[in-house]
Design a protein around this ligand. Sequence first.
Ligand code: SAM
Length: 287
Amino acid sequence: MSVIGIPQNTVEMLQKHNFSIQKKYGQNFLIDGNVLEKIIDAAEVTQEDCVLEIGPGLGTMTRCLAERAGSVAAVEIDRHLIPILEEALAGYQNVTLINEDILKVDIGKLAEEKNGGRPMKVVANLPYYITTPIIMKLFESGVPLKSIVVMVQKEVADRMQVGPGTKDYGALSLAVQYYAKPECIANVPPGCFIPRPAVDSAVIRLARYEEPPVQADEKKMFALIRGAFNQRRKTLANALNHAAGLNLSKESVENALEKMQLPPNVRGEALTLEQFARLSLLLSKDR
Ligand code: SAM
């Protein structure tokens, strides 16, 4: 692996291009070669793969990916990084740079254009301010994906992996666990970035399930989950009764809970993924 993750190179690049770091874009550049290697290894990138990188930054990880993958599509929002990336990636014919907000990109179309619609791998050191919307977009859009290996805030990595009975358990945990098997690859301290983020980070691998682990009315289930966790201190029956767009009476929720042998005053935060799935089926029959 080329020595491009080392701190001097990053500082030199920033100075050479007189680049001012944009906090609003969550710019924390990875400078630790070992962590970089762990990310690429966890993604098991081969020449067969088309990789989507979100937020290539200065191109450090992009170059490593380009050396291992068949092709790389790198989506970067900050137009000031584009000339720097073009220079850093000169000579890599298999990289396509896209200057766009990832939340606005039609990833399905991109997969079609770049990989004939076959599943891509996502590898990224994500901008932390939009981690959840990015992960949700990747899953909910139904884009063909093999796996996602991303650097996220440690607290978010924890949220993705926990079950009921913990304060971190919520809509993100359920969504991630419905679509994928989460696995923590490494904990990463702030000193591995320039500038240092205020929080600890972690690399997480989300291996997409071919079939979801539970049978559910998917749309309904996610509406129930959103309703439950938008007002997590309320009982589930009250939270869903007040949730906009659901149109559920308190009685119908309590009846469904009874069929599931759950108490009428249970809170959503106590339900497992299996229970939310079952509830979605019971409540869609009611309608
Ligand atoms: N990959 C680089 C690295 O590891 O050093 C940079 C990672 S930095 C944490 C996040 C990157 O995402 C920045 O380059 C930032 O400009 C970019 N970014 C922020 N918001 C974005 C968005 N909505 N769409 C695409 N890129 C975005």
